[in-house]
Write a protein that binds this ligand. Structure first.
Ligand code: SF4
Length: 590
């Protein structure tokens, strides 16, 4: 069945009535506000499902002390899909030092407090209470990265798979388009949800599929922290090789992790991004949503990152294989932007997880198995082919479209990759940086960079020289903003002092310093928890808040003060009242 794409996916009964929909097929519940932009997962998947004939409604940031918001669109015919939002809800709430954040870029007015801690669990419970027997599917970064037993920094504990703790039916991990369509089809047909590529399901041990490889169990990881590394590396390899079924037992239950689905082909990505996104927040909101404002005129050129940085959740979510949109599709989107009612002449980004990986591909013979953890470090794989010359032409083409006054590349770039294509590097520096370029050398110490899977620091220094020369040559006053990390596993106070020295010698004060946060599911987190590198060798770890703050302050050149005693993260307040024009009507969007 073909369904006309609505201007916005409905958030109220009135909108459903206006569309002539008596019932929705799929309910999407999210911890983020609904912004109809392809960079917001809920909008992307919602419109994708509509384009395949399913009526989709959205409940965004529901209150969690009542089921009123969840009930607002009625019972969906097929299933509810739940996401905590673009970030893990604990990361959205707490800083690296477990302090409560005061803002939330995915909420109207940028206010904190619109979603609960552990939003996937709380929303699943709300849907269960409201629609008995309705299949519940979890997705998004929180569910993806917590799909197996994982370390939870905020409670300093190993937690079971989110599937078991939430009691949802399924986790869809990674980019969910194919898996969600299969879920919808199977629920419609009344067939089993087990065995879908890109999903995780729970079962009793006798039901474990034949041939599944076994991860260390939850209890084994609890007893021996180093086993988390084994489980993490296996899941990382599964994500990259797209092969193998893994199973992990926890008590008398088991979670079965199917291999990821084939990624969308270029033509499929093109058609996805051709859907009629309004690039605006749903009209129910009467305050701006900071993230929406920031990315309104940005273009996603590709998915995936070949870098394999050991601390990156995004790469684990999207995988290492690059899937790029065609130049025609990107140019089409840029042209559409110039006709947008809010258009101001500037495209703020043409990028992806690493902006200069558009078009990159693996040229290894088909059928060969890649066991590397990065295509770029310790040295570039001979099979990795970048397309930066083509990307340069594409950026030039988009920038010269009528109505486009400025084009910026705001996504981070891989400077090691940029160095191999001088024409790209020069074009980027002289035309598309907008005065400052964000680079992420992260550290200077060779052993820390090896653990991070980041390129040699000398490449950053070379790029800096090139950047300065090219900028001066064009008479431009612009600078590089280096992103750095403190307290990474393996890093000592001496390593931080060495990094600090490098900056001091150049009269440069580091601005963007992130204290490492062991987010669920990454290899770096397994290093933090187990105190070992991926080969099992012991490494020093700044584990306590006092050690972490000390490293952080060394780099910032701050006087060191003792941190307050650790008592666990403060609790966020309860759900805030509905805001904006829906106040007093019981539910936003009605
Ligand atoms: S063979 Fe080389 S280019 Fe291909 S995925 Fe492996 S590391 Fe990357």
């Amino acid at each position: 069945m073909t369904i006309k794409q609505p201007e916005f996916l409905p958030m109220s009964r009135d909108e459903m009535d206006a569309l002539g929909w008596d019932q929705i097929d799929v309910l999407l519940v999210s911890g983020d506000a609904y912004v109809d932009h392809p960079a917001f997962g809920m909008a992307l998947l919602g419109r994708w499902l509509v384009s395949h004939g399913y009526r989709v409604g959205i409940v965004a940031q529901p209150r969690w002390d009542t089921t009123i918001d969840i009930e607002s669109l009625g019972r969906p015919r097929l299933f509810a899909g739940i996401t905590a939002g673009a970030l893990d809800s604990m990361l959205a709430h707490y800083t690296a030092f477990r302090k409560l954040r005061h803002d939330d870029a995915y909420t109207p007015g940028g206010r904190h407090g619109a979603r609960p801690n552990r939003a996937s669990i709380v929303y699943t419970s709300l849907v269960r209470q409201t629609f008995s027997g309705l299949p519940v599917v979890l997705g998004g970064i929180e569910a993806s990265l917590r799909r197996a037993s994982h370390y939870d920094f905020w409670t300093d504990k190993i937690r079971r798979s989110l599937l078991l703790d939430s009691k949802a039916d399924l986790i869809v991990y990674g980019m969910a388009e194919r898996s969600l369509l299969e879920v919808a089809k199977r629920v419609d047909e009344g067939t089993s949800l087990r065995g879908i590529a890109g999903t995780v399901y729970a079962c009793r041990p006798p039901e474990i599929p034949a041939g599944a490889a076994t991860l260390p169990s939850h209890e084994e990881i609890l007893a021996e922290p180093k086993r988390l590394m084994d489980a993490t590396l296996d899941l990382e390899a599964q994500m990259h090789q797209r092969d193998g079924i893994f199973v992990q037992q926890a008590g008398d239950r088991a979670v079965v992790m199917m291999p990821p689905p084939e990624p969308l082909e270029s033509a499929e990505l093109d058609s996805l991004y051709d859907l009629p996104f309004t690039r605006q927040a749903h009209p129910a909101y009467d305050e701006p949503i900071p993230a929406a404002t920031m990315i309104q005129f940005s273009i996603t050129a590709h998915r995936g990152c070949a870098g394999g940085c050991s601390f990156c959740s995004l790469a684990l979510h999207q995988g290492r294989r690059i899937q790029s949109r065609s130049p025609e599709s990107l140019v089409r989107e840029a042209k559409r932007l110039t006709h947008h009612p809010d258009w101001d002449g500037a495209i703020t980004d043409v990028g992806g997880p690493s902006a200069n990986m558009w078009g990159a591909r693996c040229t290894a013979p088909s059928g060969s198995v890649c066991r590397r953890t990065s295509c770029l470090v310790p040295e570039r794989c001979p099979h990795f082919k970048a397309e930066q010359a083509e990307l340069t032409r594409l950026l030039r083409r988009i920038a010269s479209l009528p109505g486009v006054d400025h084009l910026r590349v705001a996504s981070g770039i891989r400077h090691d990759l940029a160095m191999i294509e001088p024409a790209y590097a020069t074009a980027l520096i002289t035309n598309y940086t907008g005065g400052q370029l964000k680079l992420a050398p992260e550290h200077a110490s060779p052993c820390i960079l090896r653990l991070m899977r980041k390129p040699d620091f000398r490449l950053f220094e070379k790029f800096l020289t090139l950047f300065t020369r090219e900028s001066r040559g064009k008479g431009k006053s612009q600078y590089i903003v280096p992103y750095l990390m403190s307290a990474f596993p393996g890093c000592t106070d001496d390593d931080m002092r060495a990094l600090r020295r490098w900056f001091r010698e150049r009269g440069w004060q580091p601005q963007q310093v992130q204290c490492f946060i062991p987010t669920p599911g990454t290899v770096a987190t397994a290093m933090f928890y187990g105190g070992i590198d991926p080969d099992g060798n012991p490494i020093p770890v700044a584990r306590t808040d006092a050690e972490r703050i000390r490293q952080h302050h060394i780099l910032l050149g701050k006087a060191q003060s003792a941190p307050p005693p650790r008592k666990g993260p403060p609790k966020p307040k309860g759900p805030r009242k509905p805001s904006g024009r829906n106040r007093g009507r019981g539910s936003r969007g009605q």
